[in-house]
Write a protein that binds this ligand. Sequence first.
Ligand code: ZN
Length: 378
Amino acid sequence: MNVKSISGQVWNTERQQFVRAEVRWNTSGLIESIRPTTTDAPWFIVPGFIDEHIHGAGGADAMDGSVDSLNTISRELTRYGVSAYVLTTMSASHESLLQSVAAAAKYSIREGAELLGLHLEGPYLSPQYSGAQPKIRLRPIDHEEISQLIDASGGTIRMMTVAPELPGALECIPWAVNHGIHINLGHTAADYRTTRQAIDQGADGITHLFNGMPSLHHRDPGPVGLALSDSRVYVEVIADGVHICPPVIQMTWSAAQGRVIAITDGVSAIGLAPGRHHLGEQEVIVDNRAVRLPTGSLAGSKLTLDQAYRNLMRWHIPESEIIDALSTRVARRLGLTRQGSVSPGCYADMVLLNPDRTVHQTIVRGKICYTQTDQSLP
Ligand SMILES: [Zn+2]
């Protein structure tokens, strides 16, 4: 059998530490063994990153509704250590969403990062906290629309972000959960009580905490107060230092330890030079730090998960928590039993990090999908 192997400091999920070892995998891309070795290879080998909230990359966008775009995104993301992702749509017309879900249903090429499915961010969101979601596309919950999207998606819809205060939202949540869809609460004006009712109904996550919702108030805790205090919910954070200040990231980690999920909310401009690009049907302006609408409002990010890793280390988040938030925990949440860990029986989905935690190589199902070259050195 054509077994391949790699050696370095391998992240051991059970022991929560790096161990010098050799990882061997078989031709099906499954890890067969991990054996201690005295290698002096400089790589830190961690499970491939999993992004559950990303809109596009490399000039391609979920709203292109094209298989070619999905290919571009899958290939581009391996440059940043991503081995799997949930592609996220914007609020859009029903026809446009149908086209996007149909593209995901058709997509079967395995080149680059694995497309796990779709995250529908809207269109059932609060106009008051729409952020970069086009207000004109926001609308009341519509079961018929959602049913049609589920049918057209071929089972690829894995997540949905909804505002729980919209009429019918609380009834819709258990129904969607029964269809295997994880419900995130976000772009919402809901108070604490309504947010809590939505969690009681089966919602299990908060979309990009602090962004697209009322701020925390000590007498009116709202969705932020719920997210920080309720152990049932996963909490998405954008660790780019622009969407949330580092001290608030640290505070979030203290309050919600074991529940934080690092996302990028990245847009098609990832991997492209600064300038004017698009996010769904809207124009966005990209500089070195952020992505904004012409109005100045933040519109997703140009963060990559390997950059999030380095940012979080700089902000003194323990590395065990970082690896959990970028991979292990996301796999657990999404029920991916063969991902999120470098261990026998799991897919050989791995990132080889340099000592400074930049990406040297990304391996997906045992196949090397990206190797850093001299030109790609930062
Ligand atoms: Zn988003």
